[in-house]
Design a binder for this molecule. Structure first.
Ligand code: NDP
Length: 444
């Protein structure tokens, strides 16, 4: 059995009931096999893979809070501090009823490689809670955030661990979390990113993940003498990543015809009117269904199946494992040429393999959605300098970072004779930097 297979079996045995974590580890280890094989003895003697798949620390805690009816509610809170070889832990907080240790470990593990790819000094972490902000009043969300941060504040700091937003954690939640951190630690520091502009936030952070997805897609297309001009695009989700991916793709000449939420999807053959989506999602916190009531010619379909809409480019920006092999088969049959993951691991392993084997260019989330965390790191730099850069400055830096990521993953794939396998390229390029730093720092 190869070293990578041995380590994968050990992960499954030692982390029972964590299928998402196993899935993420398997994908990475499979693509690292070519790298490990060239230096197996050295990596084995240092137990480098065993160290890489074991989080440095997992904090889990009770979050008590009082709802609007005066009843005490209890949620679970977590922070997975996965790897700090190249910088302080960095990664989002997710508030969603499906959150558990497996999901946060998969996200934390992915984050290690993603952060490495950005070229910035940030380690990998992830956290969150099974709290569901949907349908809660502002006061309930604040009560939850304050209780969550009262405990989390003991383990994070501007030079230790800097969380950000993710599913269910947007500007409102970051504001409440920051306020409570400041109150209990008496420190006004860049302990969170995604902050509001009046208290240390960075311009373009809100847009960064979605913009970054389209910037890296554009790099890939240009390298094939192709462009977004006139292309038909489907974007899944209608949250932070999805909205700004739609915005940038539209600016670059594409027509986005469909978006969704967890209830169903809308199809607008005339091109999605983003101001309507923003009003529904960012202002009214409503359902995507309302779009079809407001825009003539748009159709709403309840349930899954957005991949049935014919497109040239498919950007999954909702959640993990949203696109399976049946969906990808339909996309391929309908002539889709590019899949770029805005979400983390939205495509199942089987679906990814099918896409790559059937002429679809595939960019994995750990490269394609890294613009969010990269801009978070830019927010950290501005906080440390006590300065704010203009949106043009931040956007230019983001754009350059996405170009560099594309170049790195393309180069790593080519070095190992895996041309156009950007999944392997991203895992290999991310791994190389982290492992160099881990080896240099000794057995810690
Ligand atoms: P949001 O909470 O802002 O939006 C998530 C969107 O996905 C919502 O429209 C939600 O619908 C939809 N969704 C959730 N589950 C499903 C489902 N099962 N089927 C269809 N739609 C679904 O989150 P973000 O946009 O921030 O994050 C989206 C993805 O991008 C996640 O995987 C996240 O980890 C990743 N990501 C986010 C970054 C960021 O900067 N925000 C950075 C890098 C990655 P509903 O409202 O019905 O739940």
């Amino acid at each position: 059995m190869s070293y990578t297979e041995e380590v994968y079996e050990r992960v499954v045995a030692q982390n029972p009931g964590e299928p998402e974590f196993h899935q993420a580890v398997k994908e990475v280890l499979d693509s690292l096999k070519v790298v490990i094989d060239r230096n197996e003895e050295k990596y084995r003697s240092l137990s480098i893979l065993e160290r890489l798949v074991e989080p440095e620390r997992i904090i889990s805690f009770r979050v008590p809070w009082v709802d609007d009816n005066g009843k005490v509610q209890i949620n679970k809170g977590y922070r997975v501090q996965f790897n700090s070889a190249i910088g302080p832990y960095k990664g989002g907080l997710r508030f969603h009823p499906t959150v558990n240790q497996s999901i946060l470990k998969f996200l934390g593990f992915e984050q290690v490689f993603k952060n490495s790819l950005t070229g910035l000094p940030i380690g990998g972490g992830k956290g969150g809670s099974n709290f569901d902000p949907k349908g809660k009043s502002d006061r309930e969300v604040m009560a939850f955030c304050q209780s969550f941060m009262t405990e989390l504040s003991k383990y994070i700091g501007a030079d230790t661990d800097v969380p950000a937003g993710d599913i269910g954690v947007g500007g409102r939640e970051i504001g409440y979390l920051f306020g409570q951190y400041k109150r209990v630690r008496d420190l006004y520091e860049g302990v969170l990113t995604g902050k509001g502009l009046t208290y240390g936030g960075s311009l373009i952070r809100t847009e960064a993940t979605g913009y970054g997805v389209v910037y890296i897609l554009n790099e890939l297309m240009q390298s094939r003498n192709d462009s977004l001009e006139g292309k038909t695009v489907v974007v899944t989700g209608s949250g932070n990543v999805a909205i700004y991916a739609v915005q940038k793709a539209t600016q670059l000449g594409a027509k986005v015809v469909a978006m969704c939420d967890s209830n169903g999807y809308i199809y607008d053959p005339n091109g999605i009117q983003l101001d309507v989506v923003k009003d529904i999602k960012e202002v009214k916190r409503g359902r995507i269904k309302e779009y079809a009531d407001r825009v003539e010619g748009a159709v709403y379909t309840e349930g899954v199946g957005i991949w049935n809409i014919k497109c040239d480019v498919y950007l999954p920006c909702a959640t993990q494992n949203e696109l399976d092999v049946d969906g990808v088969k339909v996309l391929a049959a309908n002539g889709c040429k590019y899949i770029v993951e805005g979400a983390n691991m939205p495509t199942t392993r089987e679906a990814t393999d099918y896409a790559m084997a059937n002429g679809i260019f595939f960019l994995p989330g750990k490269a394609a959605n890294a613009g969010g965390v990269a801009t978070s790191a830019l927010e950290m730099s501005q906080n440390s300098q006590r300065l704010s850069w203009t949106s043009e400055e931040v956007d230019a830096k983001l754009h350059q970072i996405m170009k560099d990521i594309y170049a790195k993953i393309d180069d790593a794939a080519k070095r190992y004779d895996l041309k156009d396998n950007f999944v392997a390229g991203a895992n290999i390029a991310g791994f190389e930097k982290v492992v160099d730093a881990m080896i240099a720092q000794g057995i810690v």
